[in-house]
Ligand binder design. Structure first.
Ligand SMILES: Nc1ncnc2c1ncn2[C@@H]1O[C@H](COP(=O)(O)OP(=O)(O)O)[C@@H](O)[C@H]1O
Ligand SMILES: [Mg+2]
Length: 391
């Protein structure tokens, strides 16, 4: 039985650097939602959920291209098993995040129940082939059971997480400590960073800990009113994946002598991990704020649209329709004539070209249309959202 104090400290030492980062994050995140109208924000939420699954899976070495993610969401799976499995994994991640974002997950987030729920919901959507892992020591094949704590020892890099029998008690302590009413909101923002490490340190599951932990952090930030479906920390973690793993590993180290806090684990390592994590959050919110700057967003789409019209891939009169969708969020189909300045028949052609190509979408053939984001335009409308090559 490992003493529960083995996980101490659970919080970093008080630090101006961390406080300032947390304040910065709260301030920047609060202005993000107001950048675009609610209808457009909802569509961008879908886009960012796809992006989040892309990066969170990429950290685990699983790459699914945006176009394949798009297809998976339309039930269009590749024939090739490996690619199809990755598409299913992408969709599983998106669906679980969507449940979280709609407030359909157990609350509070910081609870054993929520953590088990994420694992169960994610893993039960995975194809069987992705639920098997190989024990690197013995070559033995083990099946991951959705929502079940591991019953084996595992090794993550150099870290050997706690004995499986001890996991329930550590998760209980984890929930008590991070839910403590003694924590100010600002301390809680810092605690999101610390808990990200400590959950991975516990490593409750045979597999899936990375994805579950990143969804957990997203959900907790969201519960605190800072996270939203308009940004995702995974993008930043994936872009510095070596550093992410190095910082995780450094915070697993035992205390380095008398000046390194009073717990079993290094205080300095935890402070540094929190700084890294919060900085990554601030970077990602800043990036999305830039991307959603309304005048710039309009300009990018307009330049792209002009090129498409010149290349005769889009009819003249397309831009006013797209612009209306960006500015007001959605408009009734009947307004296409007035917007494009064309006769009804010609206006209908413009509208149907834009909907056929997915630049405008709607629930049905009759309802209002809103902006759509087919994979082929993401790089033009939202440059650098996907930093790995998009094909
Ligand atoms: N030294 C470490 N200490 C703690 N966590 C680590 C360490 N190295 C990697 N990790 C975390 O473990 C995750 C991998 O665990 P795993 O159970 O395989 O999750 P997944 O199946 O989602 O990849 C990585 O994404 C990373 O977040
Ligand atoms: Mg794994």
């Amino acid at each position: 039985m490992t003493a529960i104090s083995a996980m101490e400290p659970l919080l970093p030492e008080e630090s101006k650097v961390l406080e300032n980062l947390a304040i910065d994050l709260v301030a920047k995140a609060s202005t993000l939602a107001g950048r675009v109208n609610p209808v457009l924000a909802a569509s961008i939420g879908d886009l960012v959920r796809s992006m989040n699954c892309y990066y969170s899976n990429l950290i685990e070495g699983h790459q699914t291209l945006p176009v394949d993610i798009d297809r998976a969401l339309k039930n269009d799976y590749a024939a090739e098993p490996e690619r199809r499995n990755l598409q299913k994994e992408a969709r599983a991640h998106i669906e679980v995040q969507r449940l979280v974002d709609r407030g359909e997950a157990p609350s509070p987030v910081v609870s054993t129940e929520f953590i088990l729920w994420v694992h169960r919901e994610f893993c039960q959507r995975l194809p069987d082939e992705l639920l098997w892992i190989t024990n690197p020591g013995t070559g033995e094949r083990l099946r991951v059971v959705p929502g079940e704590l591991r019953q084996r020892h595992v090794k993550v890099g150099r870290h050997v997480p706690i004995d499986p029998d001890d996991i329930p008690a550590f998760l209980k302590r984890f929930a008590e400590a991070y839910n403590s009413p003694m924590l100010s909101t600002l301390r809680k923002v810092i605690a999101v960073a610390a808990s990200h490490h400590r959950l991975l340190w516990i490593h409750p599951f045979l597999d899936g800990n990375g994805r579950v932990t990143r969804l957990f952090s997203h959900a907790w930030l969201r519960e605190l009113g800072i996270g939203s479906d308009l940004w995702a920390v995974s993008r930043g973690l994936a872009r510095q994946v070596d550093q992410y793993k190095k910082m995780l590993m450094a915070a697993d180290e035992p205390r380095r002598g008398d000046l390194d806090g009073r717990g079993n684990l290094t205080q300095q390592g935890l402070n540094e991990f929190c700084e890294f994590f919060l900085k990554t959050c601030v970077d990602q919110v800043t990036f999305m704020k830039g991307l959603l700057e309304p005048a710039e967003l309009l300009r990018r789409i307009e330049i792209w649209c002009e090129e498409e019209v010149r290349a005769r891939r889009l009819p003249r009169g397309s831009w006013p329709l797209l612009k209306e969708a960006v500015v007001t969020g959605e408009f009734p189909r009947g307004k296409a004539g007035e917007l494009s300045g064309y006769e009804t028949r010609q206006a209908r052609t413009v509208l149907s070209t834009l909907t056929d190509q997915g630049y405008l979408t709607s629930e049905s053939h009759r309802s209002s249309v809103r902006l759509g984001f087919p994979a082929k335009i993401i790089d033009r409308w939202f440059p650098r959202l996907y930093v790995a090559p998009v094909t």
